[in-house]
Design a binder for this molecule. Structure first.
Ligand SMILES: C[S@@+](CC[C@H](N)C(=O)[O-])C[C@H]1O[C@@H](n2cnc3c(N)ncnc32)[C@H](O)[C@@H]1O
Length: 131
């Protein structure tokens, strides 16, 4: 169902996001079926998490066909099992609309991202309403 949106809109946004992923270590949260995997920069070590085993299964299949070196781990963004100030870039696409406690998740992203690191979010937003 999302294929037209992916083709006409999301793919170009994913490419723009990819160009901003820098440093040695990056974290993708809510990797889903792995739609960002083809855009991962090869020079950055990427860890990707999702709390859905079903989504991770599909992402792993995609990672193996694309011959990518990425660690795919089952984990909840609201309680990340990574040290403080660890990642150079932390990114997520279309995730925080479905995180049960988004504020807890965002606090975790801040904790695991280096102070000089980057947090990149591509998210659904509620449109401005005109009354
Ligand atoms: C709409 S999908 C987006 C998937 C992918 N990022 C993309 O751009 O296509 C949202 C993903 O976030 C994951 N997710 C939601 N809440 C999460 C949480 N608390 N911890 C980890 N992953 C979560 C879901 O399992 C799902 O795979």
């Amino acid at each position: 169902m999302e294929a037209p949106l992916e083709y006409f809109r999301f793919a170009s946004w994913r490419k723009r996001l990819k160009n901003r992923i820098t440093g040695h270590q990056a974290l993708e949260v809510g990797v889903g079926t792995g739609k960002n995997l083809p855009y991962y920069p090869r020079e950055v070590e990427i860890t990707a998490i999702d709390f859905s085993p079903g989504m991770l299964k599909r992402a792993r299949k995609k990672a193996s066909t694309d011959d990518l070196r990425v660690a795919l781990i089952e984990m909840d963004v609201q309680q990340l099992d990574f040290p403080d100030n660890y990642f150079d870039t932390v990114f997520a696409t279309f995730v925080f609309c479905s995180v049960p406690d988004p504020v807890a998740g965002l606090k975790e992203l801040k904790r695991v991202c280096k102070p000089e690191g980057k947090l990149l979010l591509l998210e659904h937003m509620r449109p401005a309403m005109l009354y």
